[in-house]
Design a protein around this ligand. Sequence first.
Ligand code: ATP
Length: 484
Amino acid sequence: MSAPDVAEKLTSLAKRRGFVFPSSEIYGGAGATWDYGPLGVELKNNVKRSWWRAMVQLREDVVGLDAAILMHPRVWEASGHVENFIDPLVECRNCRKRFRIDELPDGARLMDAWRSGTADLTSTPCPNCGEKKLADPRRFNLMFKTFVGPVEETAAVAWLRPETAQGIFVNFENVQQSTRRRLPFGIAQIGKSFRNEITPGNFIFRSREFEQMEIEFFVNPHDRLEGRPADEAWHDRWIADCQAWFTRYGLDPANVKLHEHLGDELAHYSKRTVDLLYRFPMGWNELMGIANRTDFDLKQHAKFSGKSLTWFDEERKEHVVPFVIEPSAGVDRALLAFLLDAYREEEVRGEKRVVLRFHPELAPIKIAVLPLLKKRPEIVAAGHDLRHRLTRRWLTLYDDTAAIGRLYRRQDEVGTPYCVTVDVKTVGDPEKGEAGDGKVTIRERDTMQQIRVPIAELEHVFGRLLDAGTPWSEVAAGYPRAEG
Ligand code: ATP
């Protein structure tokens, strides 16, 4: 299957099955914003929860924060966003299409020329119409501007945050003091960010409203770790931890690689930046970035706010401005990568099956309870009862709107790891005086193997599979196989 093919199929599956819809679709869409449907919101919450658990709750050295989106306007002056969060926007005078300068033919060279104020576009053809009528680049700030209060005047300007990081920097002292943290420690935040992207696209890869999961990890620059400056060692640790998180939750290591920022690509405040790239259908692209931002941000905020943002090093009896390691990931981009990596088309007994092989922790629905015969009220009642019981611990759905083969395919397509089927043998047949065996069939998504399990043991079995992460083969070995 070609890459664009997968992208197209996935976009259509996402809409058809209720993962992602174009925003305001009945009005023709709202321009690169997306709505997450019933399954999408579960998947997205699971991505965020898994990240929060790994990066905050299971660690002793990171705490969480949820800062406001609207911040004091001086924040964005201090951070450099008002001045520098700029894309060079080029408009074609013939077809009126707009581009970022780096999207033009020979874009990398033109971008360098623009930075040094020497970009000449007179001989560059428009990528859309081919005419050499590109206007001079304009500086375009990607931040959305709004006004706080009833008067639209300069003094009331506020910006929608283009990153969550600044909410962390301005709370450095609050968090440090309220939690009595010593360096090194980190503050993590998940939340919405907004960027007025000139050319959004590739589905949810680049949109104007998206979510980020960011950590600012504060390190004493005078400390040494593993024989080198502590910030350098921590930078490598965070790169490894982030990469491990993505592969643990399902990304094929062959589809992930590191990209080191060199030369002009490296931001002026950064000592070193490494991106984690994923092999998206349109090519290798940034999944997240991990930067060593030095003491730039805290110093800027100290300068602009007049507050000292330092940490007192008891051992050395000195105040230090911590260095910051910043792992910064996009929730939507991570979700897209997990979707792409999970997508498979397989042939089963001569029929095509589409399956999303999600890690069980990410799967929107964990268990589907399916009745084999919906004409039998006892089967239906037992099914509803099971759903009710299981969903208290794992999101469980009941579906009886099709024949069993079809119901399995539907669950495969949305990545449900386990189906539980209630059948005639489960409930028995009172008319024939036959008692039920009180057992149900569990079917596993990837192997499609089925085992017969007593209802009373379901919580125990799913506890092993879904909470303890015991492999299916190990659990299945303890039960008789059911026919597929
Ligand atoms: P790009 O070069 O792709 O625009 P960036 O380098 O500007 O990204 P950062 O500012 O480092 O991105 O933001 C950190 C992360 O936030 C990115 O790695 C990405 O996952 C996510 N992100 C940034 N911009 C967008 C966007 N417009 N839509 C979706 N996710 C985004």
